[in-house]
Structures are given as C-alpha cells and as structure tokens.
Design a binder for this molecule. Structure first.
Ligand code: KG4
Ligand code: ZN
Length: 395
C-alpha cells in the first residue's frame, strides 16, 4: 500500500510517499529556515504563506521522485494537529482537494504520533530491519512537546510524564538565542557545545522526584542569568596596534537580550543596528565561554531526559526504548540513552537522522498503521476533517 502524506504543521512544507508504512519512496522537504532566521523564530503568518507557495511544487517533485502515478497511490494522509493553525490549514486543504479529486481515503494524523512512527521508517537505500517491539517507552522531544509515552500496541498510548513548562527543544532554542547562536537553536547549540566542559557550570537538575515529568524553565533562567553576569562585566577592549597579527575570526559577541514586545516600541526579533562604525580591532572581545556554557546546559537536559526515560522503561517492562522529535537528532542525547539502556539490557532505537525533524514520511507511516490496525474505518473519507492546533496525543 502506497500512502502519499503532507506535513505543514510548522515551518517545513513536506510531502512523501511511503510503501507499507515503512519504505520511503520519496520524501521532499522545502524548509523555510532561511526566511524565519532573521526573526529569531517562526512567524506563523509568514509560514502559512510560504506553505501556499511551496505545496504544489513539493507534491509534484514527490510523485516524480517516487516514479508513481495517481493510480498507484492508495490513500492521502495529512497532519491536522497540533501545530500552527494557518500552516495546518494549507496542508489539510491540499490533502482534501487531492483525496476528493482522486477518490482516495483521507487520513488525518496527529503530529506527535507521526514523530513516534519515524522510528518505523526505512530510508530507500537502507536494508530492511525489524520494526520496534511493544510494549515500548518513547521519549517525544520536539520544539513544542516533551512527553514520555508508554506504547503497548499501535495507537495505544499512555502518558507517563510531560514537561510542566518549556519543551526541551524550546529550551534549546531559547538558550541558544540568549547566547547569540541563532535559529534554530538546537543543532547550533549542540555544535557550540562540542569540546566544551559540561561540568564548568553545575546548573541544578529539576528531577521532580516521584514523577516522570520534566521542567526546563528554571534551567533556562539560570543560563540567562549566567549570560547576563558575563555581559555586565566591563568589556575587554583589544588594544589597537595598527598591525593585525592575529587573523583568526573574533568570537561572536552575544546578541542583545530579547526585549519584550512593546517595551521600547521595537520589534524584539529584529537585529538592532547602529550607525557607529566600530573598528575591527576595537571590538569588545566576548568573554562568554560559549562551549562550556552550551555543554553545561546540554548536559543537564540530556541527563534528566535519559535517566527518566530508561527508569520508566525498566518500571513498565518495556522491550524497547525509542526517542522521537527534533531533539532526537541530538547525538549527546542519543548516546546518553544508549549507554543507560545498554546497562539495563533494553534495546534502544531512534529514527534515521533525516526523519527526526518535521517530514511527511513519518505522517504516511502513522497513517498506514492506523488504517491497517486500529482504524480501518478511515478508508471512508470524512470530508469534515478539520485542524486541531492544540490536539494532545493522550487526553
Ligand atoms: O520536531 P521538530 O522538527 O518540530 C516540532 O514539532 O517542534 O523539532 C524542532 C526542535 C527545535 O526546537 C530544534 O531546535 C530542536 O528540535 N532540535 C534539536 C536538534 N535538532 C533539532 N535540539 C537539540 N539538538 C539537536 N541536534
Ligand atoms: Zn515536529
């Protein structure tokens, strides 16, 4: 069975065709990162407009890459929540139009469920591999969610714990921002942390003992305070000798801290510009120990996530541990879970790197297992399918 899927929940316009829920025949992603980068985050209205521009070329390229025509497509799947309302609407309307015109089943998919099913995907070039085994514990860590879920079978989810405040990806993005690293923060922070000393700043771990819940907002504030401490220190000015002896690029000075909207009538997301020309040699040398700070922050997030995930897997007798969502691309997190899981003899799996962040292949996979296991009624299209911007995986 070939399912064509569409994903437009945030800032990636993606379409994919997946055979039997696992084999990716095509997965096309048009990223909007370049557009949102200058605002320091996703601007919902801009995202919706870009989806409208990209959706048709992305769909055409998907069919072309898979080498299939419409007769060989068995169903259309689409993310219909959670996500940005305007962005979701573009994907849902495109999917409805296609399903109606081509007389195909139409399957709405929960975005978090699709992230979990990224673990079932096999890239087109890769060898076949056995599917994940139930019962399993999956740590879902994305830009908007951090949830620890017990999965006892297809579609059978039980929430073990979730974040009480910021999502893990959100914490990465916000901390990266105050450190002046840019957007999206997760991969940039992971890069900045490389080679840094994770023990230099012993930030407090929010264990929330006796629960599988998480909290990252205290940590985020602690990093912010540390950055402010460094920024308050008088800047070291490199003496101007008139002769450039050191040609290495200067370390990036931290960006100005975000100003709340309306504080000074400025757009907080815009870079502040200045007319004053600062001679290269007179620039303050940033004293922010970027690598150590990034590594110390990352170590705390990773330790709490990995420890609780493996504890939960042990308590609930999981036969497998999975990780899903954008933060699952983080190699430090993957190896921390792998190390703890190996010690307890529990197999650990994670999606191919390409399928950790938003993509449509994972949507096709989730739809396939819904249609063929728990919800065969989905074969009859429901034209009232709507978006659910706040849809929770487990209510
Ligand atoms: O799943 P995703 O693509 O979108 C949502 O559904 O939210 O996740 C995006 C999040 C962002 O917060 C991004 O910074 C984070 O995943 N992320 C990472 C890494 N790659 C992406 N966080 C930490 N380390 C990474 N390597
Ligand atoms: Zn996502």
């Amino acid at each position: 069975m070939n399912i064509l899927a569409i994903e437009t929940s945030c800032d990636e316009t993606s379409a994919a065709i997946v055979r039997d829920g696992r084999h990716v025949l095509a997965n096309v992603i048009a990223s909007q990162i370049d557009i949102h980068q200058k605002y320091g985050g996703v601007v919902p209205e801009v995202a919706s407009r870009q989806h409208i521009l990209y959706i048709t070329p992305v769909l055409n390229e998907t069919l072309e890459t898979a080498g299939l025509d419409w007769n060989e497509i068995d169903a259309i799947a689409v993310t219909n929540g959670p996500g940005l309302a305007g962005a979701l609407l573009v994907g849902v309307n495109a999917a409805k139009g296609l399903a109606f015109a081509r007389q195909k089943p139409l399957i709405g998919v929960n975005h978090l469920e699709s992230h979990i099913y990224a673990n079932w995907l096999i890239p087109s070039q890769a060898e076949d591999s056995p599917p994940p085994e139930f019962p399993l514990v999956c740590l879902v860590v994305s830009g908007g969610h951090t949830e620890l879920v017990l999965i006892e079978g297809h579609g059978d989810y039980r929430m073990l714990g979730k974040t009480q405040d910021d999502a893990a990806g959100e914490a990465f993005d916000k901390v990266a921002r105050v450190m002046g690293l840019g957007y999206p923060g997760g991969p940039l922070l992971e890069q900045a942390a490389y080679g840094g000393n994770p023990q230099r700043f012993p930030f407090t771990r929010a264990w929330l003992k006796g629960t599988y819940d998480f909290s990252f907002s205290g940590l985020k504030t602690a990093v912010l305070r540390k950055v402010e401490e460094y920024q308050a220190a008088p800047p070291k000015v490199a003496p101007f000798s008139g002769v450039v002896t050191d040609t290495r690029p200067l370390p990036q000075p931290p960006r100005p801290l975000p100003i709340k909207l309306g504080d000074k009538g400025q757009d907080p997301w815009e870079e502040q510009t200045t007319d004053k020309v600062v001679r290269e040699s007179e620039r303050p040398v940033s004293k922010l120990p970027l690598a150590d700070l990034a590594a110390s922050f990352q170590a705390v997030v990773v330790e709490v996530l990995a420890t609780k995930t493996v504890q939960a897997a042990e308590e609930y007798g999981a036969r497998q541990i999975l990780v899903a969502g954008g933060v699952a691309a983080n190699k430090v997190l993957r190896s921390a879970i792998a190390e703890r899981a190996t010690k307890r003899g529990i197999p650990f799996g994670y999606p191919p790197f390409l399928f950790c962040t938003d993509n449509a292949a994972m949507v096709a996979s989730a739809a396939y297992f819904r249609l063929t296991t728990t919800n065969p009624a989905l074969a009859i299209p429901d034209w009232s399918l709507d978006i659910h911007p706040n849809w929770e995986l487990v209510r």
